[in-house]
Design a protein around this ligand. Structure first.
Ligand code: ARG
Length: 544
C-alpha cells in the first residue's frame, strides 16, 4: 500500500503530466498539502495559472481520497484529505501485525558486512558506528521480508599474529586467562617489542611463516586469541543489544584457501597481470593498481575482499551486498567492486554498496579519545553514556546520535546532550512512546479494539494520522537508500505531532466515538513509534 501523498501525487501527475511536488500546507486553512503545478505549467503552456488550475481541478479524480480541491491565490491547489480516509488508514495500522511496514515487492538475499572488529584489539568508535548502522540495516531489510545474511568479517589473519604469538611464547602468557582488554594490552606490548628489538622482529616474521604453514603450536595459540576475542566481541554486542551472533562470524581467515584460487583465476582470465613481481589489477580511474598478491607471495586485505565477494555471490546467493565501514575505505571498496565486476565475481544483477560513515568527535572537535589519549573503546563510550542515564536510555542516546545525522557527517559524542529527553534525541522518542503507553494504561482494554478510529475532526488529529499513514513508505525508502536519518526525522515528527495532539485534544476526558478514536490514535502512534525505534535497534520502554 503506497502512502496517501504518493497516491495523490500519482493521480495529479496522470493529468498534469509533471510531478506535482506536493508540499505540506503551511497553514491548516490551506488543507494538508499544496502544490504549485499550475504555476509551473503556466510558463510552458502560456496560459494564466488560475485557468490551468481550474482545468486540473476539474480533471483530477481524487474524490475517494480528498475533499473537493480548492484553488488559492495565484493558482495554488490546496488538498485536504477526507477525515474518513485518514481514520480508515489509521485503523488499518491498528489491525496490522507489521504496524504499517510493507514487505518488499521482490524480496532479496542481502549480505550485510558490518562490525568487523580485529582480533586481540578492543572494538573502538569506528566499530561502534559500523555495528549500530549495520544492525539498523539488518532490522529494516528483515522487516521488509528480505533474507539478511550478516557477515562479521573480523580481522583474524595477518602478519600481526607473528609478533603476538612470539610475545605470548616468550612471556609465557596463558591466552585463555586473558579477556579482550588483556589481549589488547598484549598487542600493544608486542608491537612495542617488535619496534625496539630487531631479534624479536626477526623471530616474529619467522612465526608468520609458521602460522601460514599450519604449525601446530602457532595455530593453537592463534585460535586461542580468536576465542578470547570472540568472547569480548559477544559481550560488546550483548551490551549494545544488536542482532549479531557467533553464527555471523566469517573472518578474513575463512578465505585463506580461496586466495590462491582467486589469484589463479584472475591471472588466467587476464584481469590481473604481474607487475614488479606483484599480481596486480589496473583499474581505470585509479592511480594505484589493486594488489592481489604481493611480490613476496603474501595476500592482503584486497585479495580477501575479492574472495569474500566471490563466496557471497556463489555460495550465499547474494542479490545485494552492503558494506558498512568508515568513509576512508570508500576508495578501497570502489576498486574492489570494479575488479570483482571485471572478474565476473559480481554479475551485473548483483548490487554492491559501500555505506561509509564519518568520525565520532570529542568535545574539542577532534577524533574522540579517552583520557589517556588512546582511541576510545566501545566499552568506555557505553560507560560514559550510562553515567547520564539508565542502560536502555543510554543505548537510545548513543544509537540515535549515531543514526540521526547523515551517516557521512562527523558528530560530536556528547553524552549529556544525547541523553536529554527533550529535543531531537533518542530518549525524547522513547519518552513520547512512554507517554502513549501511559494514556493507554488508563483506558479499558475493550475500548482498544482494532476498528476504533472513526472520527478525526481536529487538525492536530489529522496531522498525526497523516504522518502515521506514511510510515510504511519511510521504511521502504530506508530499505532502498540506506539513510537511517530519514526514519529518525520521521519518528521525531511523529513524536512532535503526538505532543501537539495531546495538548489540543483531551483523550481520557472526551466521550463516545471521539474518545475511542483518540485512544485509537494513541495506540497507532505507540505502535509506529515502538516499531520505528525497534528498526533503529532502540528499546521502547513502556514507562520512563
Ligand atoms: N576489520 C576492518 C577494520 O577494522 C573492517 C573490515 C570491513 N569489511 C571488509 N569486508 N573489508 O577496519
Amino acid at each position: 500500500m503506497s502512502s496517501l501523498p504518493t497516491e495523490i501525487s500519482a493521480r495529479i501527475e496522470a493529468v498534469a503530466g509533471i510531478d506535482p511536488e506536493l508540499r505540506p500546507a503551511t497553514k491548516p486553512q490551506f488543507g494538508h498539502y499544496q502544490c504549485n503545478v499550475a504555476m509551473r505549467l503556466a510558463k510552458s503552456e502560456g496560459a494564466p495559472p488560475r485557468q490551468i488550475a481550474e482545468r486540473l481541478v476539474n480533471d483530477i479524480d481524487l474524490a475517494d481520497l480528498c475533499e473537493p480541491l480548492e484553488i488559492a491565490g495565484p493558482g495554488f491547489i490546496n488538498i485536504r484529505i477526507r477525515a474518513d480516509v485518514l481514520a480508515a488508514r489509521t485503523t488499518e495500522i491498528l489491525a496490522d501485525p507489521r504496524d504499517g511496514v510493507v514487505p518488499a515487492e521482490a524480496p532479496q538475499r542481502v549480505v550485510i558486512d558490518y562490525s568487523a572488529p580485529n582480533v586481540a584489539k578492543q572494538m573502538h568508535v569506528g566499530h561502534l558506528r559500523s555495528t549500530i548502522i549495520g544492525d539498523c540495516f539488518n532490522r529494516v531489510l528483515s522487516a521488509t521480508e528480505n533474507t539478511v545474511i550478516a557477515q562479521n568479517h573480523i580481522g583474524d589473519w595477518g602478519t600481526q599474529f607473528g609478533m603476538l604469538v612470539e610475545e605470548i611464547l616468550e612471556a609465557e602468557v596463558d591466552v585463555l586467562e586473558l579477556d579482550l582488554a588483556g589481549a589488547d594490552a598484549l598487542y600493544k606490548q608486542a608491537s612495542a617489542h617488535f619496534k625496539s628489538d630487531e631479534e624479536f622482529a626477526t623471530r616474529a616474521r619467522a612465526r608468520v611463516v609458521k602460522l601460514q604453514a599450519g604449525d601446530e603450536e602457532t595455530t593453537r595459540i592463534w585460535k586461542q586469541l580468536i576465542e578470547v576475542s570472540r568472547g569480548g566481541f559477544a559481550e560488546g554486542y550483548r551490551r549494545l543489544d544488536v542482532l549479531l551472533t557467533e553464527d555471523d562470524l566469517a573472518g578474513e581467515s575463512t578465505y585463506n584457501d580461496d586466495l590462491p584460487v582467486v589469484a589463479r583465476e584472475l591471472e588466467e582470465s587476464g584481469v590481473a597481470v604481474i607487475d614488479d613481481g606483484a599480481l596486480c589489477v589496473f583499474v581505470d580511474g585509479f592511480e594505484a593498481p589493486l594488489i592481489v598478491r604481493k611480490s613476496g607471495g603474501g595476500f592482503g586485505y584486497a585479495a580477501t575482499d575479492l574472495a569474500a565477494i566471490r563466496h557471497r555471490v556463489r555460495n550465499l546467493g547474494a542479490d545485494r551486498i552492503i558494506y558498512v565501514t568508515d568513509l576512508r575505505q570508500a576508495g578501497h571498496f570502489r576498486q574492489v567492486f570494479a575488479v570483482a565486476r571485471m572478474a565476473g565475481y559480481l554479475p551485473e544483477g548483483v548490487r554492491a554498496e559501500h555505506v561509509g560513515f564519518g568520525m565520532v568527535l570529542g568535545p574539542d572537535g577532534k577524533p574522540f579519545k579517552t583520557r589517556d589519549g588512546s582511541a576510545a573503546s566501545l566499552a568506555s563510550l557505553l560507560d560514559a553514556a550510562e553515567e547520564e542515564a539508565a542502560p536502555e536510555i543510554a543505548l537510545a542516546a548513543i544509537k540515535y546520535a549515531d543514526l540521526s545525522t547523515g551517516l557521512q557527517k562527523d558528530y560530536v559524542f556528547d553524552p549529556e546532550r544525547m541523553a536529554q529527553t527533550t529535543g531531537n534525541t533518542g530518549p525524547y522518542l522513547q519518552y513520547a512512546h512512554a507517554r502513549c503507553c501511559q494514556v493507554l494504561r488508563k483506558a479499558a482494554a475493550e475500548e482498544l479494539s482494532s476498528d476504533t478510529v472513526t472520527v478525526l475532526t481536529e487538525p492536530a488529529e489529522q496531522q498525526l494520522a497523516l504522518l502515521l499513514t506514511r510510515f510504511g513508505e519511510v521504511v521502504a525508502e530506508l530499505a532502498e537508500n540506506l539513510q537511517p536519518h530519514k526514519l529518525c526525522t520521521y519518528l521525531y515528527e511523529v513524536s512532535e505531532a503526538y505532543s501537539v495532539f495531546y495538548e489540543h485534544c483531551p483523550v481520557l476526558k472526551s466521550e463516545g466515538q471521539v474518545r475511542t478514536s483518540r485512544l485509537g490514535l494513541c495506540l497507532a502512534t505507540k505502535q509506529v513509534l515502538a516499531r520505528g525505534l525497534s528498526l533503529l535497534g532502540i528499546p521502547a520502554p513502556e514507562r520512563m
